[in-house]
Design a protein around this ligand. Structure first.
Ligand SMILES: N[C@@H](CCC(=O)N[C@@H](CS)C(=O)NCC(=O)O)C(=O)O
Length: 218
C-alpha cells in the first residue's frame, strides 16, 4: 500500500496515527505531495483525488481511497484489533457522529481559517481567500474546543470508553491549532490536559514530534 501525503499536515496525521495504533506502518510506503508547491492541485494528482487533498491511500491493485475517515475504515477492517471505528452498532454510531463533529466543528474549521485568514500555503497556492469567512471559522473552532472540553469532563475519550477515530480527529484539530498558533482557551483546561496526555501515546508522540510551526501545512 502507498500513501500520498504531506508529512507535517494535520489530516495526514490522522492516518499516520491510525497506522501506528494498528501497527500497520511496515505495510505502507509514503509518497510526498508537496502542498507548498501546489502539487496537490496539479492534473496528475487530481486524477488520484478529485478533491485535490492528501492523504490518499493507493492499494496494490491501484484502487485509490481518499478521505481520512474512509482510509481509517479501510485500515481498521484489515485487522479489527484494536478497533478505531467501533465494534458494535452503538459504538460505530457514536464514533462516526463524534468523528464528523470533530471534522466539521474543529479540524475543518481550522483548515478554513488557515487557508483564508492566514498566508496559508502561500500566494501561489492560495489563489482565493476570504478573510471574513476564515475568521468566522476560527471562532467556530474555538467554540468547538469548549464543546470537546465539556465532553472530556464527563468521559475519558471523545466517543466511547476507548481510544477511537474520533479522538484522532480531535487530536488532529489540536495539532492544527498549534501549527497556526490558535491557543486552546484557558477555561478549556480539561481539553488541554487531555491533549497533553494524548501526546504521550506513542502513535501521537511520534507524529507530534514532526510538527514544526514553520512547516505548517493544511
Ligand atoms: N476531507 C479531507 C480533507 C483533507 C485535507 O484537507 N488535507 C489537507 C492536508 S493537511 C490538504 O490537502 N490541504 C490542501 C488544500 O486543501 O488545498 C480528508 O479528511 O482527507
Amino acid at each position: 500500500m502507498k500513501i500520498y501525503d504531506f508529512p507535517v499536515g494535520p489530516y495526514p496525521a490522522r492516518v499516520r496515527i491510525a497506522l501506528a495504533e494498528k501497527k500497520l506502518q511496515s505495510r505502507v510506503s509514503f509518497a510526498l505531495v508537496d502542498l507548498r508547491k501546489g502539487q496537490h492541485k496539479q492534473v496528475e494528482f487530481l486524477a488520484k483525488n478529485y478533491s485535490g487533498t492528501v492523504p490518499v491511500l493507493e492499494l496494490d491493485d491501484g484502487t485509490l481511497i481518499a478521505e481520512c475517515t474512509a482510509i481509517t475504515e479501510y485500515l481498521d477492517a484489515l485487522d479489527g484489533n484494536p478497533s478505531l471505528t467501533g465494534r458494535t452498532p452503538r459504538e460505530k454510531g457514536l464514533i462516526h457522529m463524534m468523528n464528523k463533529r470533530a471534522e466539521i466543528e474543529l479540524l475543518d474549521a481550522i483548515s478554513v481559517y488557515f487557508h483564508h485568514a492566514t498566508s496559508g500555503l502561500g500566494p501561489d497556492v492560495e489563489i482565493y481567500q476570504n478573510q471574513e469567512w476564515g475568521l468566522r471559522q476560527r471562532d467556530k473552532a474555538i467554540r468547538a474546543m469548549a464543546y470537546f472540553d465539556g465532553i472530556l469532563q464527563r468521559q475519558p475519550f471523545v466517543a466511547c470508553d476507548y481510544f477511537s477515530m474520533a479522538d484522532i480527529t480531535v487530536i488532529a484539530g489540536l495539532i492544527f491549532a498549534e501549527l497556526v498558533k490558535l491557543a486552546v482557551p484557558s477555561e478549556c483546561g480539561t481539553l488541554a490536559a487531555w491533549f497533553a496526555e494524548m501526546k504521550q501515546r506513542p502513535s501521537v508522540r511520534d507524529r507530534v514530534a514532526m510538527s514544526k510551526p514553520a512547516a505548517a501545512g493544511g
